[in-house]
Design a protein around this ligand. Sequence first.
Ligand code: ZN
Length: 872
Amino acid sequence: MNDRKNGTIFLANYTPFPFRIDHVDLAFHLHPTATRVRGKLTITPLAEAEDLDLFGEALTLRHGPLINGDEVIFEPLNPRLPPFAEGIRIDWASIPKDTFELEMEVEIAPQSNTALEGLYMSKGMYCTQCEAEGFRKIMYYPDRPDVMAPFTVRVDGSHPVLLSNGNLVGQGDGWAEWHDPWPKPAYLFALVAGDLAAFSDRITTMEGRDVALNIWVRPGDEDRCAYAMDALKRSFIWDEEVYGRAYDLDVFNIVAVDDFNMGAMENKGLNIFNSKYVLASPETATDRDYELIEGIIAHEYFHNWTGNRITCRDWFQLCLKEGLTVFRDQQFSADMRSPAVRRIEDVLTLRARQFREDAGPLAHNVRPESYIEINNFYTATVYEKGAEIIAMLRRLVGASGYRAALDLYFDRHDGQACTIEDWLRVFEDATGRDLAQFKRWYSQAGTPRLTAHLDQSGTALRLILRQETRPTPGQPDKEPVVIPVSYGLLAPDGTELLPTQLAVLDGPELVLEHDLSALSDAAGIAVPDRVVPALLRGFSAPVILEHEASRADRLVLLANDPDPFTRWEAGRSLAKDVVSATVLEGDTPDPTWLEALGTVLADDGLEPAFRALVLALPSEDDMADSLARSGAVPDPTAIHWVLEETKDAIAEALGSQLAQLFEAMAVPGRYTPEADAAGRRSLRMAALSLLSRGDDGRRARELFAAQTNMTEEFAAFLCLLRAGDADAARTFEARWRHDALVMDKWFFACIAQTPPDQAVARATALTEHPDFDLTTPNRFRAVMGGLTAGNPAGFHDTSGAGYRFIADWLLRLDPKNPQTAARMSTAFETWARYDADRQDLIQTELTRIAGAPHLSRDLAEMVARMRAAPAD
Ligand code: ZN
């Protein structure tokens, strides 16, 4: 039976695989255009009268299939398509009743594989990417995550380094053999062959296992691996200390690859990384790059338990491994760095990516119920909202309940392919809690809106919380979800009247009552005439808080709240009001707001990184989103210029303070990437960026010339570009032409910092640059993202040229790399928030893409979803 119905796959149609794969034996003879892969599968039937379905794509069958040495009859899996299109089916009549061996040999062409899925070549090296369904481009196989088996892999090839999963069990001239004893789904298979150099270390686990650690890179890049290695060792230790999880093989290999569709991949014992998330040196990587490397190294390592040892039953359960692993990497980063700063950064990403997705035509459940192309569901909703759900669970059951549930999860499900039901059951069993309603977070799309009203009569205080979720595509009616609301109360002088409480809103409305005279007595102050609520401390739930706090109340929170998140949030909402009022009514920035910013900046008791976050204005996309939510039609050009003016106003009002900070935050001595130094630099660079508006560019020019480290060099470069310094662009290019990762930054920045009315022309010119390369996703994303994310006003130019440019390039990329084309198409997902003319222009491009011949399943699905109205 084929699981596709009219091209769509449904969660409800899941059926278990009727065979067990006892062992997989693979032998590769590598060749760029004719790699031979021999497979021998040991299989035990588990049911009577079931066909054996094996997926396969772009495979040339050279030999077999043989069962116990004899040829067997097979049919195409899809009767309308040949076997190399979807796979083969072996009729149950040919299948023995007991354990048997299935053998076959296929041929594949890694060199012409530009989709970067399956076995492909990147700058002369062979590598693989199998998640989600890439293994079927390597061998006919039951390529589904609930089929787990131990693998033995022999690689024959002329390259000096030949790697696969597990432990090395033999090697000789031109070959190596690997054995992975841990049963795994095919999506975790990996193979790498190339002329690579290792940066090596060792670690001993808490179980006493001595593990060899290697980071494999192109010769010459070994001196840029130290930070990734350090992060890897800290990840090993942290997972032992915090989750009691130790590593389980004798070697852990990481390989850096230049051509990669995503960030990194957790293949068992052989993680493969986009080189941008491995290689770092002070001269080439920014503080932000270091932070991302640390987080992604940890993320992939943590998958060894949450993803690999316990995997997903089917791809609808993707959040089981991704939401949990994101949550774990966020916890890790919070422990390694400042928890307050990390939380704010995580919320910024959640809002920028997930809230945006949830508000438009691509909104979907954290656990989707159907898909056409699974690659399209590696989304912010599955990852980031999936992680927020786990953070809420932990808040609800407490740290010890959480640990007990996780212990039970590892105990009960090690070696299994699981579902969200299994996950929630361990929480119910370990804590006695009923999570039936909580489960709606997995099955209901859209961001809940939380409204709060404070009612004060005499000394009786009532805080009324209400929730509502608007319709999303295919889900017109919404039920209330379980929302943990952390809150406290302040007096107008900043005294805390009520320390943090956790209220749980699980119906449409919840009323919380407090006795103001008792609270004031306890706090040792007179009964205040008004109370300032601090709501959603720590951002305790992924909701939109709609609370009409007065400007005065928000100033109180910004200056006083003990919770850094609410403090920052108050400042952010004041900033949004200022910018909105300027966009909509032509106001000028409120002097009390500028003054409050100055007070925060001057507060040396606050971490520099926190102060930098308070100083940063909302992004253009964030402003467009806020205006749209408040019922206005955002004008991207107006937003761009108002934000520029607002920055000018801050620079003017706080100039001398910023100049002082710029000096005071200088980090003496050698560059180190750790959080304190990075935090100081972030405040220093925030000051520089504002100062460079009024200081004739002297500071930026000096810093740009000094080349102390990439964080400062690049920040200075951005200032110069913004000021229109074309020489700086040429200088930077000449300096870094040899370094692809730095040049990606250059491509992005050149487009992002161009005035909006020239941005499309600049982007077009850069596609003619000799180093522009369609088939390297990092470079493609740098140029396209430079326009869509870096220069929204340019992208949304009323001529429609930005939309046309992106659509043209998506159509060019699609035949080569559908996965990346589909992912970049989300630039259009916000179309419904704009005016009718822009909507028409975007829809025209979406229609043009949809009508193109031979569109990939990936891009076709995305465009079809985006062409529909956002909520029908
Ligand atoms: Zn992951």
